[in-house]
Design a protein around this ligand. Structure first.
Ligand SMILES: [Zn+2]
Length: 476
């Protein structure tokens, strides 16, 4: 495993998409595509993550899926998988990719696997007080590979198109500057945070959000040669909406897929139509309007409302797409290593003292929970490897980053990319916590607090963006 990683780290891996242009003299064959889903719903009683305290699943509201799309330009085959999961660690993604390579011949570098970030799915990686179930991790890897294999089984000549819409009403920056005294001390005892995540709605202490939003709904769609909808992959930069606490649910990501299928009149096709909604760059974005309270709602009412709004916009974009019979595909990835913000001796001593008083009971409150995270990070290496991956589909660029990427970073990638349009898929090919910009590290707040969910070096974001740009530049 380590040998393999080291070999990857020495140079970028490129698949020969750029060779497949009419100018190169290589005559492309027909463009082919296939899509399929694999059910990844767990048993009840499994740990649900995304909260400070662990929860166990008591109900399945809606099934979880790995949604898979395979594209083939005659020279390059690539697969994109979006999983209804909060976050999936590198080991599980790599296991799925190894199975895919073994069974289908698609090299691991040609596979992009991401988690949507629903907070109502089984714990796959340890964060706060939720720990993963190894049986589910193995099941998930196998089901992802099954989904890609099924998508290949469905492959047929296809047309492809892409476009960008806007839904500005469902995204809000969740980090706020507040009047003096309205930002509580952080879990490390510091009083130097300059922003507050998820402040009280309609608080008189609100000044302004500490960053922008990205309202774009990016759409990539595939049709059969006869015009039958095959698949639609969208991205939207919204963290999640939120389902009742003990439910398994795909959150608005799954509801979007159902709604879009209905709007496109694509129910019960053969092979079935596959909608996919990946998480864009939403590290600091959520669905709460902090200026105005929402009237009381029934469970899932808000999920359905957001899903409907984003699906209608994706449908509007879909209707206007120009589908092409062939476009060149490319995939490139580079493994980089980034530093870890490890705790120092004084921080470890303080954490040890806080934990000593808890006598092994379930931890309560941020101070105790972050004390445990501090102790766990002591055992992290000084540097960690991350896969940075890019895909090009004709003139469309896709960046894939294994983090909860701040919206500013996604906007920068869109602005600087030579591919127009470009979008980013977060939580892809691994999980390395929040990715704030260096400027946001200075502001502090939840997403910067050191934990297994936020530990990369302060300058991680510019290094990652530069790597994305170097990979894109190889094709331009
Ligand atoms: Zn998150």
């Amino acid at each position: 495993m380590l040998v393999c990683l080291a070999a990857l780290a020495t140079s970028a891996v490129f698949l020969p998409a750029q060779l497949a242009s009419p100018a190169s003299g290589v005559m492309p064959r027909h463009f082919r595509a296939g899509a399929a889903t694999a059910n990844i719903t767990p048993r009840l009683g499994i740990s649900i993550n995304g909260h400070f305290n662990d929860r166990v699943a008591k109900h399945v509201h809606d099934e979880l899926h790995a949604r898979c799309l395979v594209l083939d330009d005659g020279l390059t085959r690539l697969a994109i998988v979006v999983c209804d999961s909060c976050m999936i660690p590198r080991e599980v993604m790599d296991a799925a990719k190894a199975l895919i390579q073994q069974r289908t011949g698609i090299p691991s570098e040609g596979v992009l696997i991401s988690a949507t970030h629903t907070h109502s799915a089984p714990t796959c990686t340890g964060v706060f007080q939720s720990e993963p179930d190894s049986e589910y991790q193995g099941f998930l890897a196998a089901r992802i590979a099954d989904g890609v294999q099924r998508a290949i089984n469905h492959s047929a000549p296809a047309k492809i198109g892409w476009g960008v819409g806007r839904e500005p009403n469902q995204v809000f920056n969740r980090r706020w500057r507040m009047r003096p005294g309205a930002i509580p001390p952080n879990p490390f005892g510091g009083t130097n945070d300059l922003v507050r995540m998820n402040p009280p709605v309609e608080s008189p202490d609100l000044i302004e959000p500490a960053g922008p939003t990205d309202p774009e709904v990016s759409v990539l769609a595939v049709q059969s040669q006869e015009g039958r909808p095959v698949a639609l992959l969208a991205t939207y930069s919204l963290h999640y909406v939120g389902a009742p606490g003990f439910d398994i649910s795909a959150d608005y990501f799954g509801a979007f897929c159902d709604r879009l299928q209905q709007l496109l009149g694509a129910d019960r096709l053969n092979p079935p139509f596959v909608a996919m909604l990946a998480n864009g760059t939403s590290g600091d974005i959520n669905n709460i309007n902090f200026r105005q309270k929402r009237p009381p709602q029934k469970p899932y009412e808000q999920i359905n409302l957001v899903a409907d709004a984003v699906a209608r916009e994706a449908q509007r974009v879909y209707r206007e797409l120009k589908f092409q019979d062939w476009v060149p595909l490319g995939v490139a990835q580079h493994e980089i290593t980034l530093g870890v913000r490890r705790p120092d001796a004084a921080e470890l001593r303080r954490a040890g003292e806080i934990l000593a008083k808890t006598n092994g009971r379930e931890l309560r409150g941020a101070e105790e929970i972050y004390a445990r995270e501090t102790v766990l990070l002591k055992d992290y290496p000084e540097k960690v490897p991350l896969i940075i991956q890019t895909m090009r589909i004709g003139d469309l660029g896709i960046a894939a980053i294994p983090c909860e990427v701040f919206v500013e970073i996604g906007l920068e990638i869109k602005a600087r990319s030579p591919f127009k349009p470009t979008f980013t898929i977060s939580l892809a090919n691994g999980y390395n916590g929040y990715l704030p910009t260096p400027e946001h590290h200075k502001l502090g707040g939840y997403e910067t607090w050191r934990a297994r969910s936020s530990y990369l070096e302060v300058d991680a974001a510019p290094k990652i963006v530069d790597t994305v740009m170097e990979l894109f530049a190889r094709w331009r």
